[in-house]
Design a protein around this ligand. Structure first.
Ligand SMILES: *Cc1c(COP(=O)(O)O)cnc(C)c1O
Length: 341
């Protein structure tokens, strides 16, 4: 079985496991886990921020990041495809009283003017105030779309001038950086808070880092504990994250090459099933008549993909699938989708 449902499916490699077992640990609630501290120091440095906080998941890191900026009853603006809007179980509203307004986009692609035209500033007792804007790079449900750096920079500068906070959901920021050739820090400095998932393409079993100012990270540490997310000898997991940053971060672009190979193989069998030119990173969106039925048929043919909508499937490449496997998987999925037409 070739499993392309997500890049979260990777298993820790022998080298990563060895690093985990060897890690010096302590109680992180007391701030005494040296490996967690080292991961937070390294992540802050990579992301161009003062400090970082190691969290269980990307959802928790986003929950804390948005909480830092948006008071109860305030709003965050985001893409209608955003993970915070669609895939975090309503946590921002359910737990923190945050409201959201969303903008429409072409495959998750940010257009600064569209966002700036939505801001609600100084509206008195009439309209909800915009407290923050959230950007996702790459856009997951957009299909691994890489944001235009000029658009992101311009939005960041305008919001900075207006005093509106900026949060970057960088679950797959490593993929965006690999695609553009930019450093993670070039993105990080444009935002007040930024996340980076260690458990996606970077291949760690668990964990996301949130980065921002030292003051904000100290506040987030308290709220993380309040939510039950304080942890103890988390250095075992931080060691996997450090290993991932050192060994897997530099190989991220390989997953983009395998995704293109997969997409081309699909297109050879069913040209209308995939837009090969839209594959920018490690995510491939597939179109079909009945996504559930097609996913089941793909599984019978030895490939797992995920159902994203009634007519949409998603395949994601990662470090546990080789070029050969992706070529074979693309051909198999392409044959299934061709039959389903
Ligand atoms: C995966 C992902 C997250 C975090 O997911 P968790 O499962 O909570 O770690 C956040 N944002 C985006 C865009 C993602 O793809």
């Amino acid at each position: 079985m070739i499993d392309l449902r997500s890049d979260t499916l990777t298993r820790p490699s022998p080298g990563m496991l060895a690093a985990m077992v060897a890690a010096p640990v302590g109680d992180d609630v007391y701030g005494e886990d040296p490996t967690v501290r080292e991961l937070e120091r390294r992540a802050a440095e990579l992301l161009g921020q003062e400090a970082a906080l190691f969290c269980t998941t990307g959802s928790l890191a986003n929950l804390l990041g948005i909480w830092l900026h948006v008071p109860p009853g305030g709003e965050v603006l985001c893409d209608s495809l955003a993970h915070i809007a669609r895939a975090e179980m309503g946590a921002h509203g359910a737990l923190h009283g945050v409201t959201m307004r969303t903008w429409a986009s072409d495959r998750g692609r940010l257009v600064a003017d569209d966002v700036l035209s939505m801001l609600a500033i100084d509206c008195g007792p009439y309209l909800v105030e915009t407290a923050a804007v959230e950007v996702e790079d790459t856009s997951n449900f957009g299909g691994g779309t890489v944001q235009d750096f000029g658009q992101v920079s311009r939005l960041s500068a305008e919001l900075g001038r207006l005093g509106i906070a900026r949060h970057l959901d960088g679950a797959r920021l490593a993929n965006a950086a690999a695609a553009t050739g930019r450093a993670l820090s070039e993105y990080g400095v444009l935002f007040d808070t930024v996340t980076l998932c260690l458990s996606k393409g970077l291949g760690a079993p668990i964990g996301t880092v949130l980065a921002g100012s030292a003051e904000n990270m100290a506040r987030a540490r308290v709220q993380r504990k309040r939510l039950g997310g304080g942890w103890r000898q988390a250095g075992l997991l931080a060691a996997a994250g450090l290993w991932a940053l050192e060994h897997n971060l530099p190989r991220t672009a390989e997953d983009h090459a395998t995704a293109r190979t997969f997409a081309r193989a699909v297109a050879e069998n069913v040209p209308g099933g995939v837009d090969v030119d839209a594959v920018e990173t490690n995510v491939v969106l597939l179109q079909t008549r009945d996504a559930r039925a097609a996913a089941a048929a793909c599984e019978s043919a030895g490939v797992r993909v995920s159902v994203l909508g009634p007519r949409q499937l998603r395949a994601v490449t990662h470090l546990d699938v080789s070029m050969e496997q992706c070529a074979a998987a693309g051909a198999a999925v392409g044959r299934v989708l061709a039959q389903a037409l």
